[in-house]
Design a protein around this ligand. Structure first.
Ligand code: SAM
Length: 291
């Protein structure tokens, strides 16, 4: 383990911003980084791209307002690379708003080797009513697997919701209740469904600008625990504040992150929250997947 880390070092042809014993974070356009990775080499990809809503990501090179046509072309480009680099049996998760997930899903289903698994609805805590529309209250998380090998799937459980006034269970689990409890009085641990309404937004930290648009770590952590094993490789092409990468690190998965804007927030999060140790070079497992 080395702590002699030099800033702005090129590795595998890309600007290496952080390396630990489990992963590497590069500053790059994801199109270029994905193109530099070998076919069939990554176990899981979690992508939370810019939504083309004109948001500022704190960098002038990131334009989040293209025409619908341009945005779709751009989206298909990075997705086709994700499909190429995913291992058979690997899982691809794309977090977006329903309007775009419909086109994305159509595109993914056009690949013979990609199989739809789920559309997970994730409740928004901060959606506002829009004139002449239904009030949007969910994001979607598309879940596809690459055919050719058995995919990994682990059941995730979480504590059943209870009434905040009386503490009683909100739902009746019938005969399953016994199965879900570890002892007679314990809160049942229920199996995760395809609606996630228990995901709380991150409490905004004054030292982290809103422009990095971080997801609550529960989302990537569930994905990682559900679809990968320890030692697998997880890739996030839009690393942002590092929620996926820090969860991969703390759950003992190898990881690769790519971010075109500032990477300092992701670096700090991985080092602080995941208690990672800097390394001089990316792990061998990560180095090997570059062309
Ligand atoms: C919605 S945020 C991702 C947030 C991340 N999931 C998190 O929880 O911290 C999208 C990120 O993609 C980055 N980005 C935009 N275009 C990019 C590109 N072409 N290549 C790589 N990153 C890009 C933005 O700077 C932004 O940080």
């Amino acid at each position: 383990m080395s702590t002699h880390f030099r800033k702005d070092k090129k590795f595998n042809g890309f600007d290496l911003k952080l390396a630990t014993e489990m992963g590497a974070l590069y500053r790059s356009d994801c199109k270029a980084l994905l193109a530099g990775i070998k076919n069939n080499s990554v176990d899981c990809i979690f992508a939370d791209p810019p939504f083309n809503l004109g948001k500022s990501y704190g960098s002038r090179i990131i334009i989040d307002k293209m025409s619908d046509m341009e945005y779709l072309e751009w989206t298909q480009l990075w997705i086709s690379q994700c499909v190429r680099i995913l291992k058979p049996g690997g899982s691809l998760f794309i977090y977006h708003i329903p309007k775009w997930l419909i086109s994305i899903s159509n595109y993914l289903s056009s690949f013979e080797n990609m199989e739809f698994r789920h559309w997970i609805a994730i409740k928004m805590k901060n959606g506002f009513p829009i004139k002449n529309r239904l009030h949007p209250v969910h994001y979607g998380l598309l879940y596809y697997v690459k055919c050719g090998k058995k995919f990994k799937f682990h059941v995730i459980r979480y504590p059943s919701p209870v009434c905040r006034h009386c503490g009683e269970l909100i739902r009746d689990y019938g005969g399953y209740l016994k199965k879900y409890r570890t002892n007679e009085n314990s809160i049942p641990l229920i199996q995760i469904a395809d609606v996630w309404d228990d995901v709380n937004p991150n409490i905004h930290n004054k030292n982290r600008p809103k422009s990095i648009n971080e997801l609550p770590s529960t989302i990537p952590e569930r994905v990682i625990r559900m679809a990968t094993n320890k030692g697998d490789i997880v890739l996030d092409p839009f690393a942002g504040g590092g929620s996926t990468l820090s969860m991969a690190e703390s759950n003992e998965r190898y990881w690769i992150g790519c971010e075109l804007g500032a990477t300092v927030y992701a670096q700090n999060r991985i080092l602080k929250e995941a208690k990672a140790t800097k390394s001089a070079i990316p792990p061998q497992r990560i180095q090997k997947i570059f062309r």
